[in-house]
Design a protein around this ligand. Structure first.
Ligand code: SF4
Length: 597
């Protein structure tokens, strides 16, 4: 059975042809409600039939598909999603023209119905002969062990596609790149390890950047337009040195995507230059900020944002509506506002953990950071101070011995801990400089965690798995895997939730336990993190005409406190697979993605 988008002309015809039995008599229904009742019953009967057949795990697949189909057919789903899948199926069955329905819509229904009938080959990572039933004891163990060896060889082979920044050839490449960046900026060799030199020489314009880095014409155009529209932009000289002279080799794809904005992103951001707060505050931080500089979405955690800038700007920054530019002067809030924020936190002793983020607090000078942490330390309820910083990745020289000593000074074992949560996206970002920075922190008893934002550019098979393995070798713990937010300007970065689920099950799950401790989450506007590992935290309620899945996400307080759910749409699976294919991936290897809901 072909699964590649290129080979499958997903269409209404194919859907109707493959499901004649299931749709029999639907065209004759007098109204959509009658059609709904029949389809709903047939979905359940298919599930019942699959259970009777007793055929291995295909029953589970049929059960999942039946559950999803019933959810899509529900009248309540129509109301919530503003679109009726039942009406669409009824129309198709009656040959009513539905030009609004795209191939991505048909693809979803076709795969769903195939799953319901057990007509799916899911085993896309490795094919293995079944274990002979006669084997037991040591013989069975040896057979199984050989199977596991072969499986790991497949995994290793896939992971080897992604070059780490610790490989000798990568180190050599970066040394040459460093010379070019220094030359472009008129720097001396001894400047390279001076973090002040880097923050004073952030690459902000296309002309300076093009002198230091080989840019594709589209990249240059986007950076130029970004400058003309006064959008936040900036790359540290160090991070620029991670970009290769032969970008067509694809090793630095994730590095470039971090900082070089796509053209459509620039266009959207430029349109809303003057109302960014309204247009891009996806997380509705305005609605969860009880006092200036503070965000609170959970009972025991608050976020403090005293410093509104970073050494470099990530394109998909959640706070792209707030941050003005890289290393903006006057980005530190007035001390009286910081004091007022800390007073407020102190007046709410339920808050046990404070995340200091921004902006990047570790871009502050030591003396400001000390003053800030001294004030925070005086809040008696806090037993964990979490510093959110991308500096270990964008400017590892900032993690000096003095800074590590300063941070470690706030750690009182048994009373209060302090840790750093950083944001490493790809093995190619893991360099000897980053390892040394992490070692300075870890060596002083500070834990370092990683939050991976699972963007399109790091979402190929085993790409994130290879990062997790590497992180543990550095001593950094994988903490969260974030589904990119549903921000429209970020479309080029988004990955369907189904892919995150697939990655967790078919890739991360193959790693040893301590290498995959990260929790996949989706941040919901006004609500906070939805843990997507468990399907009971959301319901798939509709497929829109363009193939986008619509989910009803349950609030994290479900079963604890009554709160509204959040309805949001995903990126269409077919669109994602087509982009993967265009980037050279064999999308047949991703075919089970249709069955993660
Ligand atoms: S480091 Fe964090 S706050 Fe700064 S630009 Fe990147 S995502 Fe935004």
């Amino acid at each position: 059975m072909a699964h590649e988008p290129r080979d499958v002309p997903y269409s209404a015809d194919l859907f109707l042809r493959e499901n004649q039995d299931f749709l029999r008599g639907i065209a004759a229904c007098g109204d959509v409600h009658a059609a709904r009742r029949i389809l709903y019953r047939r979905a359940s009967m298919r599930q019942y039939g699959a259970a009777e057949s007793g055929h291995d795990l295909r029953y589970v697949l049929a059960r999942d598909c039946a559950r999803v189909l019933r959810g899509l057919l529900a009248e309540r789903s129509d109301r919530l999603a503003g679109f009726s899948v039942t009406q669409a199926i009824w129309d198709l069955a009656r040959s009513v023209a539905r030009p609004d329905l795209q191939p991505a819509f048909h693809a979803e229904l076709i795969h769903l119905m195939r799953g319901l009938q057990g007509k799916v080959d899911l085993y896309s990572v490795a094919k293995e002969p079944a274990e002979p039933e006669a084997l037991n004891g040591r013989e069975a163990a040896l057979f199984r062990s050989e199977q596991l060896d072969r499986l790991w060889a497949t995994v290793q082979n896939r992971m080897d596609r992604y070059e780490s920044g610790l490989l000798p050839q990568a180190i050599l490449r970066r040394e040459r790149r460093r010379q070019r960046v220094l030359a472009a900026l008129g720097g001396r060799p001894e400047d390279w390890t001076d973090w002040h030199w880097h923050t004073a020489n952030v690459l902000r314009s296309v002309d300076v950047l093009a002198n230091a880095v080989k840019l594709h014409p589209d990249e240059a155009r986007a950076v130029r337009r970004s400058g003309e529209a006064h959008l936040p932009f900036g790359v540290t000289p160090y991070y620029a040195s991670l970009m290769d002279d032969d970008p067509e080799a694809g090793r630095d794809r994730a590095v470039r995507a971090q900082v070089l904005p796509p053209l459509d992103y620039v266009a959207r951001m430029a349109c809303h230059r003057d109302d960014r707060c309204m247009a891009f505050d996806f997380m509705r931080e305005g609605d969860t900020s009880p006092v200036d500089l503070v965000t609170r979405r959970y009972p025991a955690i608050a976020i403090l944002k005293p410093y509104n800038t970073c050494p470099q700007i990530c394109v998909y920054c959640q706070r792209n509506w707030e941050i003005e530019t890289a290393m903006a002067p006057d980005a530190l809030a007035p001390w009286e506002r910081i004091e007022a924020a800390c007073d407020w936190i102190q007046a709410h002793p339920a808050i046990r953990e404070l995340l200091i983020t921004g902006g990047d607090p570790l871009a502050l000078p030591d003396e400001d950071l000390r003053r800030l942490l001294d004030r925070v330390r005086a809040i008696p309820s806090l037993d964990l101070i979490r510093i959110g910083s991308r500096v270990p990745v964008t400017l590892p020289f900032r993690i000096t011995d003095a800074l590590a000593d300063l941070l470690a000074g706030y750690r009182v074992p048994g009373h209060r801990d302090i840790c750093v949560v950083t944001h490493i996206e790809h093995p190619y970002e893991v360099t000897p400089e980053l390892v040394a920075a992490a070692a300075r922190l870890i060596g002083r008893g500070l834990s370092v965690y990683n939050q991976l934002v699972y963007t399109f550019h790091v979402s190929r098979r085993f790409e994130a798995a290879s990062l997790r393995l590497l992180l543990r070798r550095v001593g950094i713990e994988p903490y969260y895997t974030f589904v990119p937010k549903g921000k429209e300007e970020m479309r080029a970065y988004r990955v369907p939730i189904a892919r995150v689920m697939q990655e967790q099950k078919e890739e991360a799950r193959l790693l040893p336990g301590t290498r995959r401790t990260d929790e996949p989450v989706y941040n919901l506007p006004g609500l906070g993190k939805n843990h997507i590992r468990a399907v009971q935290h959301r319901d798939l309620i509709s497929i829109l005409p363009d193939g986008a899945r619509v989910y009803e996400f349950h609030p994290w307080e479900k079963n604890v406190v009554r709160r509204q759910a959040y309805v949001g749409s995903d990126v269409p699976l077919l669109e994602y697979l087509q982009r993967l294919e265009a980037s050279g991936e064999d999308v047949g290897e991703y075919r089970s993605i249709w069955y993660y809901y």
